[in-house]
Design a protein around this ligand. Structure first.
Ligand code: C5P
Length: 138
């Protein structure tokens, strides 16, 4: 097998930020973005030169205004999903300790949700298979 892959790979990191009651923070993709209105785990694209952890720490600071130490991020599982124009690989990390109170830095709506209730929140297709991992863990 050789040749150019049909779908370029896109590496995105995501975080299950967990509160003291075992709820996980979901953010709603804003109008004007792809998949607008869907709920997702906070995170974003890994930029060239970044490790997944560095990328996620940057994204959590930019999106939610919180500071996370590398030792407070543990890999849980990953999503792998082919969209129309790219293939998404998305490690999901779990984080229970962080500095600051998550707030919307980019106009997105935030919601703390129990994993068993996540199916009430429409999510991108890549994110949906991650829910059972959180139900089992939390
Ligand atoms: O967030 P951003 O738009 O940079 O993500 C790029 C693409 O990755 C999105 O258009 C979406 O298709 C996919 N994505 C996803 N689930 C996420 C984050 C991104 O499927 N939690």
């Amino acid at each position: 097998m050789s040749g150019t892959p049909k779908h370029p790979l896109l590496l995105v990191t995501a975080c299950a930020l967990v509160d003291a009651d075992g709820r996980v923070l979901l953010t709603q993709r804003p109008e004007g973005k792809s998949l607008a209105g869907l709920w997702e785990f906070p995170g974003g694209k890994v930029e060239p030169g970044e490790t997944p952890e560095e990328s996620l720490i940057r994204e959590l600071q930019e999106e939610l205004g919180i500071t996370v130490k590398p030792a407070c991020l543990a890999p849980l599982t990953f999503a792998s999903f082919t969209y129309e124009t790219f293939h998404l690989l998305m490690p999901l990390f779990i984080c229970r300790r962080y500095e600051g109170i998550p707030r919307s830095m980019e106009g997105q709506t935030l919601k703390w949700v129990r994993p068993k209730d996540m199916r009430d929140y429409p999510m991108p297709p890549a994110d949906i298979p991650l829910i059972p991992f959180l139900i089992d863990l939390l």
